[in-house]
Design a protein around this ligand. Structure first.
Ligand SMILES: Cc1cc2nc3c(=O)[nH]c(=O)nc-3n(C[C@H](O)[C@H](O)[C@H](O)COP(=O)(O)OP(=O)(O)OC[C@H]3O[C@@H](n4cnc5c(N)ncnc54)[C@H](O)[C@@H]3O)c2cc1C
Length: 357
């Protein structure tokens, strides 16, 4: 579905939930802290709103998303989170469409396919709507022309699995979104909380490459883990709350984040080489295995299902692909095959279409 529908459904549910108060249009501008004791980390006791109102809290949950200002507020009280980051991210050129009769058109066999310099992503939505994105490296200046709708449609027509998805009634122009780099923050370092009385969840904890469509699922899992941690630790053991939630994130979310971060680094390096007119080769075994799995999935239904499980966060790669021996089979099946099996243009053909020459 499109995001506003999800937001509206969540809001309606929250409004019906006893004990929940929703405050709109009020921004949090600062944190309240308790008395500082030399041996203990700073302790957050509430939040300060932009209109000057002070909210006392047993626990402050930072769910402020990708651009949450809370990390800066924490730095201000001497508890700057430890940050991990992948440099430049990708750039999305997206257009939404709808069908005249509310039915969705035939979807591509796989919603995200990688090609020379570009990945193509199609996302079915609610009420006969869908979005199509052409994803480039944030560093790819030549493909910035994809922000032009005519250039975008000429480019999309070169990808046979997706071309027909550009034939609906446009609901929007082409929207370019950059600045989507992956980052995660940690409030526990060397087994010790930097601060208590506050936790970060969802994108405020960490952002992953949006093209894989996993951010919301990771956020839900994080929120559910926080509920479990509070049941276990109670509301008056802030140190334990921080440590338990950090342990959950380290065991369950950080490996997913690291996997996507490694993918991003490799894919961006690959596109950099293509921009220079070359082809990147590497002895990074994990990356080469991922390429082999992607290529072999069309020849082996078990590999296809394993990749779908990993893509939907139902299983980790180790559990879904390596343990059942599918990884080794993929390497055999992919030998001699093109890097990306799905039909699409070379970079040169793509640039010609984008320029319209
Ligand atoms: C281009 C793009 C496409 C994506 N596509 C998908 C997808 O298909 N599937 C998927 O699962 N994920 C996708 N994601 C990721 C997904 O959007 C995020 O993972 C998810 O929205 C994170 O939820 P959140 O609640 O942590 O943060 P957010 O949804 O960002 O919500 C944070 C909220 O906090 C509010 N806020 C911030 N600061 C303050 C403040 N000081 N005071 C008060 N309120 C504040 C913000 O206004 C916002 O309402 C995509 C991301 C991008 C950028």
């Amino acid at each position: 579905m499109r995001r506003p529908l999800l937001d509206a459904a969540l809001l309606a549910q929250a409004r019906q939930t006893p004990g929940v108060t929703v405050r709109h249009g009020v921004r949090v501008t600062g944190l309240l802290t308790g008395e500082v004791r030399s041996a203990a980390p700073p302790h957050v006791t509430g939040a300060l709103a932009q209109d000057g109102e002070r909210w006392a809290a047993d626990l402050v949950v930072d769910a402020g998303g990708r651009n949450s200002p809370v990390a800066g507020m924490l730095a201000g009280i001497g508890a700057e989170p430890e940050e991990h980051r992948v440099g430049t991210g990708f750039r999305y050129y997206t257009r939404y469409f709808r069908s005249p009769d509310g039915a969705l058109p035939r979807q591509a066999p796989w919603p995200l396919c990688h090609h020379d310099s570009v990945s193509v992503l199609s996302v079915p939505g609610d009420r006969g709507t869908w979005g199509v994105s052409l994803v480039t490296s944030g560093r790819d200046q030549e493909l910035r022309a994809l922000a032009d709708a005519d250039a975008w449609h000429r480019a999309l027509s070169l990808y046979p699995w997706f071309a027909h998805l550009g034939e609906g009634e446009p609901v929007t122009g082409v929207t370019a979104i950059g600045g989507t780099d992956s980052r995660r923050r940690r409030l526990v370092v060397d087994g010790r909380p930097l601060v208590t009385g506050i936790v970060q969840i969802g994108d405020a904890w960490g952002t992953v490459d949006p093209q894989f469509g996993t951010g919301i699922t990771m956020g839900w899992r994080h929120a559910a883990a926080l509920r479990d941690v509070l049941r276990l630790a109670g509301s008056d053991d802030p140190l334990r709350q921080s440590l338990l939630l950090d342990t959950f994130a380290e065991e369950n979310l950080t490996p997913v984040w690291e996997g996507f971060a490694a993918w991003d680094r490799n894919r961006l390096a690959e596109i950099d080489a293509e921009i220079q007119g070359g082809v990147r080769t590497t002895d990074d075994a994990d990356w080469n295995l991922q390429i082999a799995l992607g290529s072999a999935r069309w020849k082996d239904p078990e590999i296809l299902r394993g990749l779908a499980d990993v893509g939907c966060l139902l299983a980790g790669p180790q559990e879904a692909l390596v343990k059942p021996g599918l990884a080794a089979r993929a390497v055999e099946l992919a030998a001699g095959e093109p890097r990306y099996a799905e039909p699409g243009p070379t970079r040169g053909e793509l640039l010609t279409a984008v320029r319209g020459t």
